[in-house]
Design a binder for this molecule. Structure first.
Ligand SMILES: *Cc1c(COP(=O)(O)O)cnc(C)c1O
Length: 436
């Protein structure tokens, strides 16, 4: 049994969490970036290595996925200023600053942030397999992997993954394009259309009555029992994490082009929806590595499923689940429906993450509609959660104090970046239902 009272005394935000009241938890273990790196075993070289690998695959991706051709085979999304949405936020709160949207909602191939880490991990595995079998050299043009001999090799192996939806989509789409067999283990929260879309691509979808952790556990066990099977481990995978981290290298270039590179006096504050933690964690690692104290990163979770908040605030990480706190774990934000977060990521985030906001489900749809009306951009409910960040920063007293301690000359200069994590593959009739 977990002694809730002990933690309530330590962290006031947990009282709100218990009452399902939207709140912010500020991370007491945040460190200046220069000190944080002593605690972390990954380096900038690891991110650059991942970026280089993705670039080697660019010719192959252009062949299989015509929508990557505009970016030369890179899976990348636009960083766009959304001033009308900023206006909407300031009319309802004290929000100040410039507002940008990182549109991973529109990433090629997977239509969500999972097209970064998930696809990277499958490519990493494919490269390793092909090299072991002398069917690929690093200096080759990687479109050689579309040849019959290479495809035949891949077709002898199975990729398995546990997913609430979007990771399964990205892994399923890339694996079947490369000719792997692929099995996606899906939790009860996964939307029907995601299962249908995967099955239409020849992916085997197994469904579980239980939650995400149950689907992952079964997938991991099935995969271990098969020597020709590779399991993409959303809770512990280093490759997944590093694939996500590449986003930081890419956004740095975009910020340079928009002339908004962060500085200590004009910081950039990032807001990223969090489920198990891999995607927001990898991105945060990359951002802090590149920009240090000039960036501040907050996660956002649903009030009913604040798994990472509970893990970090109690220090118990994956040893606590929202159920231990009496929460039901139910949300319309299916991508965030993870009651037990990754311990691997939570520990890495201890010195890096500024804090975590929570959002009520009703507000997901308020932001989703406002973004459509103001900017004509459509994203899914999980992604819309991120807007609770810039609003909450100017709403909660503790968040306002965090901001005041930065001693900025002018808070109107702050660069707020809302990370839109998914949306492009949502079928039109479902999107219309969200908007109604
Ligand atoms: C997966 C996902 C997230 C969160 O990523 P995690 O790695 O699970 O933390 C956020 N939004 C969307 C749309 C997602 O699919």
């Amino acid at each position: 049994m977990i002694d809730i009272q002990k933690y309530l005394d330590k962290s006031p935000a947990l009282a709100d969490v218990l009452k399902l009241k939207p709140t912010v938890w500020l991370n007491p273990n945040l460190m200046p970036a220069s000190q944080a790196w002593d605690e972390i075993s990954f380096s900038l070289e690891d991110i650059i290595d991942a970026d280089q690998r993705l670039r080697r695959f660019a010719p192959l991706l252009m062949e299989y996925f015509p929508d990557t051709r505009a970016d030369g085979g890179l899976i990348e999304s636009e960083l766009r200023e959304i001033p009308e949405m900023a206006g909407s936020l300031s009319s309802q709160s004290d929000f100040q600053g410039r507002l940008f949207l990182k549109m991973d909602s529109h990433l090629p191939v997977g239509g969500s942030v999972k097209a970064r880490g998930g696809i990277y991990e499958v490519l990493h595995y494919a490269e390793q397999l092909a090299m072991e079998h002398n069917l690929l050299k690093e200096e080759d043009n990687y479109s050689v992997l579309a040849q019959p001999e290479q495809r035949k090799l891949f077709s002898q192996y199975t990729i398995q993954v546990g997913s609430t939806g979007n990771l399964g989509l990205s892994i399923g789409i890339i694996s079947s394009a490369l000719a792997f067999k692929v099995i996606v283990h899906m939790s009860a929260d996964a939307k029907q259309w995601k299962k249908d879309l995967l099955r239409s691509k020849g992916v085997v979808v197994k469904e579980y009555a239980g939650d995400f952790s149950a689907a992952v556990a079964q997938g991991r066990a099935d995969s271990l029992a098969d020597s020709g099977s590779y399991f993409v481990d959303d809770e512990n995978s280093v490759n997944l994490f590093l694939g996500y981290a590449v986003a930081a290298l890419r956004i740095k270039e975009q910020m340079r082009q928009l002339d908004i590179l962060p500085t200590n006096n004009r910081p950039a504050i990032f807001y990223i929806p969090c489920g198990v933690g891999g995607a927001p964690g990898g991105i945060t690692f990359g951002l802090k590595k590149l920009f240090g104290d000039a960036v501040h990163v907050f996660f956002v979770e649903p009030t009913h499923v604040p798994g990472m908040l509970l893990g970090m605030a109690t220090g118990l990480h994956n040893e606590i689940s929202v159920k231990d706190f009496g929460l039901d774990g139910k949300t319309e934000a299916d991508g965030l429906a993870v009651g037990r977060s990754s311990g691997f990521v939570g520990r890495l985030m201890e010195p890096l993450l500024s804090g975590i906001f929570t959002i009520e489900d009703a507000d997901l749809f308020t932001y989703l509609r406002a973004l459509d009306q103001r900017e004509q951009i459509r994203i899914e409910p999980s992604a819309a959660a991120a807007f609770a960040g810039p609003v909450g920063l100017f709403r909660y007293e503790s968040a306002k104090r965090y901001l005041a301690e930065l001693q900025l000359a002018d808070t109107h200069d702050i660069i707020h970046v809302v990370w839109a994590t998914g949306g492009n593959l949502v079928p039109a009739e479902i999107m219309n239902a969200y908007l109604a």
